[in-house]
Design a protein around this ligand. Sequence first.
Ligand code: B12
Length: 487
Amino acid sequence: MIILFHPRATKPRNCRLPLAVLALAAVLEGREEYAIIDGNLEDDPTGAIVSLIDNHQVELLGASCMPGPQMVAAMETCREIRRLRPNVRIAWGGYFPSLYPDTALNAKYVDYVVRGQGEDTLLELIDALRGKRTLESILGLCYKDAFGFHRTNPERPMKGPDEFPWSPFHRLPVKKYLRPSFFGKRTAVHHASIGCPFNCSFCGVHAAYGRAERMESPERTVKILSHLVNEYDADSVQFYDMNFFLREDHARELADRLAPLNLRWWCEARVDIMARYSDATLEAVKRAGCTMIFFGAESGSDWVLKEMQKGITTEETLAMAHRTRQFGIIPEFSFVIGNPGDPERDTRETVSFIRKLKRINPSSEIIMQHYTPTPQPGKMYGDVDSQIAFPDSPAGWASKEWLDYTLRIDTHAPWLKTKTKKLIDNFETVVASRWPTVQDIRAPQWSRALLKVLSWWRYALRVYRFPVELQWANEFINLRKPKRESL
Ligand code: B12
């Protein structure tokens, strides 16, 4: 038996279909005995895994993990399994081990690391465990040799989603994963493409996957979503692709095929690509149920966008603010603030850019993040490679300091003065109060009115310092939010 383990990544009320283990399950289905353990639903995943090991001949425990709390949950369970059942081989895959393969392998309880796309690597690893091939021959794999030295095999070229079988949804209690959201009562998630061809030097995707994007055929995307609608009553979907819209002809076909499903949906896109789309295509996208689009706007300064290798301009972001307003789609603009060279100027210019965006399209949702360097194939954005020493073990990454780093709560960036960090955080509090996000479906109506009234004068007069009353109001509202979501 193969166990696919998805460690806890969110609170159960926010859990989503575990796409990574579902993709792996798809290639095991019908050819291997396997079980899925999802820590987002299971109270005691370690106990559940031990019980499987005691009742089956388990050949491999495969854990999927992203940086952050999910890696910590993977670490705790795998450490315990190694202690209790030391003969079971353990492989890690997903963004954490793909970005930090040696760090993952430094753990005594990790035997193999699968970098990037995992389906074929997993199948070949199973063959190797059965003596049918050598570990050296498996692309995308890192492992420890007989002397304990780390071996890193060459990259595995990426395949498109259509080259793999469908996810075996019947192996999961799908309805438990279709949670209420701003988009609907039962929101599904889907990946309609994989990878990203761009080269932004602050993002971990190309470091994990290389620089290619492969798109699912619109026909297959719509078949999968129809299945989720017909079998499980899904009424909305979040597309997790890095770039949902990469080509206008593809976007148009997908939109036209999606329209009859009557889903409300969210996706991620680039302003430069969408700014070039015709009005007819944007109309079709809206008609197909597109409700909100996440755009990495990243900065209000063109010099910073250049340094980040983002490949967009502030003009294009402003144009998308206009056009989304025209077509009734809510734009969600995300910013990565704190340029290592000149964080003060970057922050000043981005704050005033966000104000401009809000004037053009007041429904814009704003996300502000502190720049958190991630390993890159080239240099990290801001040339900060020499200023950061990443931990060399999962336990190091699990410390409070590095969890705060990963979750962008506090990056301890040496280039960011406390005063500037405070300005970023305070401005974020004021904007988020002046325009409370529509996505917080648990926030009662009165709370939105209260925050708007309290923050109005601050935003108008640009007084961002010490927004204690807003922090208190937010804490009070959080305490009063209903514990169970129902729409
Ligand atoms: C969905 C998602 C989430 C979900 C949960 C995902 C989950 N694992 O449960 C939520 C919203 C909770 C989330 C939260 C966060 N996320 Co997130 N998330 C994503 C997103 C959009 C899609 C991931 C996904 O489902 N991909 C689809 C599957 C099929 O692909 P995959 O996961 O890569 O799996 C394949 C391979 O990796 C491999 N594989 C994976 N696991 C295993 C296991 C084994 C055994 C094997 C053999 C292979 C294998 O095979 C799979 C199939 O090919 C990505 C961006 C993206 N589009 O990829 C960001 C992304 C992974 N997230 C990221 C980050 C930073 C976070 C947060 C830290 C953000 C924050 N500030 O809070 C948190 C931390 C979460 C936590 N608790 O640990 C970064 C990670 C890179 C980085 N810079 O560190 C990404 C890349 C976004 C980005 N561009 O920056 N996230």
